[in-house]
Ligand binder design. Structure first.
Ligand code: NDP
Length: 275
């Protein structure tokens, strides 16, 4: 059994593999094609991209060249800020499909919250595309509790996922609790703090203690909390390393020590940034 098929059931019954493969800052072209193929070859079945990463064409090509059936892959992309709003979002969705050369998405996300009207317009478009069977699940990204509340108030379909910055230094307990109560699955972006996690002393100590790498400790921590992750690497050995987290368990005490690290975001605050 490929452990990378282990999934979480979203509120509509669709299953999303708990460990995906991230493609942020992976260059459109050979770098993306080969890393996507490498991930799929090793057993990843969940690929995360976004319009703004500018690599959808190569993600699609990597998938096709892998020889794996499209229906066996959970493919995620996101609508960017400049395309929020009912009509623009529909247009952006079809353009993403064209670039990916696919006729449906497994998950489509609003990438960043913007003004209420824009978010709601985009959501309406996504609800319709979902009803038409063109998207298997819909969700949001970088939404704080107040953004979620605003959306839920008007939405006909609840967001099924919220993909947010989340890692040992920034565990987002309050948001996690809100999402659990509302049946919204949480996905962490930057689970390795975009490389900064390797400098944390506690992570070094735990890697030694468990005989694992720092990356494996971090990803296992998310996994034990029931949080979906899509670590990114362009290096074959790291792609494999990041998926090998199923043969050990972090003790309760160490889970708490990691969660107690406390620190700040590494990325922008969705309330402060206006892309
Ligand atoms: P990650 O936390 O996954 O870190 C990626 C960095 O860690 C890269 O520099 C990579 O380098 C390095 N790395 C990966 N594995 C290892 C390893 N085993 N040992 C040492 N270094 C390693 O950051 P991301 O920002 O990429 O987040 C993951 C994914 O989440 C993204 O790729 C994207 O799909 C999504 N995302 C979503 C956002 C949103 O707003 N919704 C924002 C940001 C990301 P190298 O490639 O050289 O191995």
């Amino acid at each position: 059994m490929n452990n990378l098929l282990e999934s979480i059931e979203l509120l509509n019954g669709v299953k999303i593999p708990k460990i995906g493969f991230g493609t942020f800052k992976v260059e459109n072209g050979e770098e993306t094609v080969s890393s996507v193929k490498e991930a799929l070859k090793f057993g990843y079945r969940h690929i995360d991209t976004a319009r703004i990463y500018d690599n959808e064409e190569s993600v699609g090509l990597g998938i096709r060249e892998s020889g794996i059936d499209r229906k066996d892959i959970f493919l995620v992309t996101k609508v960017w800020n400049s395309d929020l709003g009912y009509e623009k979002t529909k247009e952006a969705f079809y353009k993403s499909l064209e670039r990916l050369k696919t006729d449906y998405l497994d998950l489509y996300l609003i990438h960043w919250p913007k003004e209420k009207e824009k978010n709601l317009g985009a959501w309406k478009a996504m609800e319709e595309l979902y009803e038409e069977g063109k998207i298997r699940a819909i969700g949001v990204s970088n939404f704080k509790i107040h953004h979620l509340k605003e959306l839920i108030k008007e939405a006909e379909i609840m967001p099924m996922i919220n993909q947010v910055e989340l890692h040992p230094q920034f565990p987002q307990e309050e948001l996690r609790e809100f999402c659990i109560k509302n049946n919204i699955a949480i996905e962490a972006w930057g689970p390795l703090m975009q490389g900064k996690i390797f400098e944390i002393d506690l992570m070094k100590e735990l890697a030694k203690k468990y005989g694992k790498t720092i990356s494996q400790i971090a990803l296992r921590w998310h996994y034990q909390l029931g949080i979906i992750t899509s670590p990114k690497s362009i290096k074959a050995e790291r792609i494999i390393e990041n998926a090998n987290i199923f043969d050990f368990e972090i003790s309760k005490e160490d889970m708490i020590r990691i969660e107690d690290l406390k620190g700040d975001r590494i990325g922008p605050d969705p309330d402060k940034i206006n892309f």
